[in-house]
Design a protein around this ligand. Structure first.
Ligand code: ADP
Length: 453
């Protein structure tokens, strides 16, 4: 589905006064839209060529800290600028904000080269490698999240203590309960659709207050753009309606976590290249190699699916979140699920990623692993069956951010396909996240030990 506005369309909307503001955005390491709000006249006359941002924006954390230890940016090198280069194929209306359009940017250095650790550049690099093998990737990322009764500002002032989900019970596939939430979910679906995102549906998920939004599968870069825009819109539209939306993977130990499953298939000349009607399950030999790579290297790239301390709280038995890096046929207890077997819609769904993943990084890492599987003609093991949580032979997903960080640091595979500079950059981000956590005295420690230790 094309973006809804060409540059010429935008210019005419600006001259007739329907658009007065352009959000010029890029996606940061955390998957957030960052950037500036331009007066639309300035954008169409001048800034559509480029604008600038401080380079710490791709070396920071959720709090906008300036940690030491990044080779690309530092106090010593003076925190200079990057170029934000608008990708004019991504201009779209922002129907939930008055008179507003949006464009996504690529991040370039002063010589016009893509900044290698910028998420959009990382995904583009793997898409180009795949293209050299003759394939295109089609992807879909599911967005799960929770809605709460109060606004984000009220919850923050309360120290996030009184978190009341918007519904009183598990609303998985419920029509009645989700009717009560249509004040938020209907504008989310309709505004995003009007912004050019191929929205499929929303549904209640398997916990009180939990929602899912599905967007039709698309070429990988579009899929990642859609995901980032949709996640942003969900937060904004919930806020406009006096409620809070969170993509924190695990907000309560007794509640199910939120994930972002990633559906993947490769295509050649518009035909489904994962499908071979003469093979078992309709799975082409190439798909077997792709999946073998995906599974073998899952521990190396788990950080890109689970980037925070909290992400790892989601991986628990009996919760629909996986704990093992194996595959299975239409079985939701394995890390990788084969869907659409025997049909042209055959695809693999990775169930490891949390709702906090950055879709560009997750897809870049998985494509790289799949490509490696194809290049090395890796053999796919037989599928697992039954309750995979109890399969003692199956390999575990890394269980902590610390483990995932070490696997990322030591990954010769990721260093080969992403570059040492990129792996070092994200290893530093992961380490910093852990260091920040380790400095904190948590509520749990106080409650457990204050009186009784
Ligand atoms: P559900 O599991 O909810 O019934 P579907 O099986 O239809 O939904 O699809 C789940 C997700 O997989 C959707 O976002 C859909 O667009 C995506 N999908 C369907 N076919 C493919 C494909 N060939 N490649 C990648 N993603 C796909």
């Amino acid at each position: 589905m094309p973006a809804t506005l060409s540059f010429d369309d935008l210019k005419s909307r600006v001259s007739d006064g329907t658009v007065d503001t352009v959000l010029v955005c890029f996606v940061d390491m955390q998957g957030r839209l960052m950037g500036k709000r331009f007066h639309a006249v300035n954008f169409v006359e001048n800034s559509y060529k480029e604008t600038h941002c401080c380079n710490y924006l791709l070396a920071t954390d959720l709090e906008m800290a300036t940690p030491e230890g990044y080779a690309s940016t530092s106090w010593q090198s003076g925190y200079g600028d990057y170029v934000m280069k608008p990708d004019l194929d991504t201009i779209r209306h922002v129907p939930w904000l008055e008179g507003t359009a949006m464009v996504l940017c690529d991040i370039l250095d002063h010589h016009g080269a893509p900044v290698s650790h910028s998420p959009r550049a990382m995904l583009k690099k793997q898409i180009a490698r795949l293209k050299e093998l003759g394939f295109d990737a089609m992807m879909a990322t599911e967005l799960e999240f929770f809605l709460f009764e109060n606004t984000l500002d009220e919850l923050r002032k309360d120290g996030f203590r009184t978190l009341k989900p918007i519904s009183g019970y598990n609303e998985d596939y419920h029509i009645f309960q989700t009717t009560k939430e249509e004040g938020i979910m209907r504008p989310i679906r309709n505004h995003l659709f009007a912004a050019g995102l191929p929205i499929e549906n929303s549904k209640g998920e398997a916990e009180a207050g939990q929602e899912e939004l599905n967007i039709r599968y698309s070429p990988a870069l579009d899929c990642a753009d859609y995901h980032s825009i949709a996640k942003h819109a969900i937060k904004e539209i919930a806020w406009q309606n006096g409620h809070a939306a969170t993509f924190l993977p695990k907000w309560h130990k007794d509640r199910v976590g939120s994930s972002s499953h990633v559906h993947q298939s490769l295509w050649k000349d518009g035909e489904a290249a994962f499908f071979d009607k003469d093979k078992d399950l309709g799975m082409s030999e190439m798909m077997g190699h792709y999946m073998a790579g995906l599974i073998a290297y899952a521990p190396d790239y788990t950080y890109f699916l689970a980037p925070y301390v909290n992400s790892y709280k989601r991986f628990a038995k009996g919760t629909f979140a996986p704990t093992k890096t194996v595959w299975s046929v239409d079985n939701r207890t394995a890390g990788f699920r084969l869907c659409g077997d025997g049909t042209k819609g055959i695809r693999v769904e990775c169930r490891i990623g949390g709702s906090d993943l950055n879709p560009y990084l997750a897809q870049a890492a998985m494509l790289a692993a799949g490509i490696k599987g194809i290049e090395d003609k890796m053999e796919l093991a037989a599928p697992t069956k039954g309750d995979v949580y109890e399969d003692a032979k199956a390999a575990d997903i890394p269980q902590t951010l610390r483990d995932a960080t070490e696997l990322l640091r030591k990954s010769t595979f990721l260093r080969e396909v992403m570059g040492d500079d990129v792996v070092d950059h994200y290893t530093r981000a992961a380490e910093w996240e852990q260091e920040e956590f380790d400095r904190v005295v948590t509520d749990w420690e106080i409650a457990r030990g204050f009186e009784r230790a």
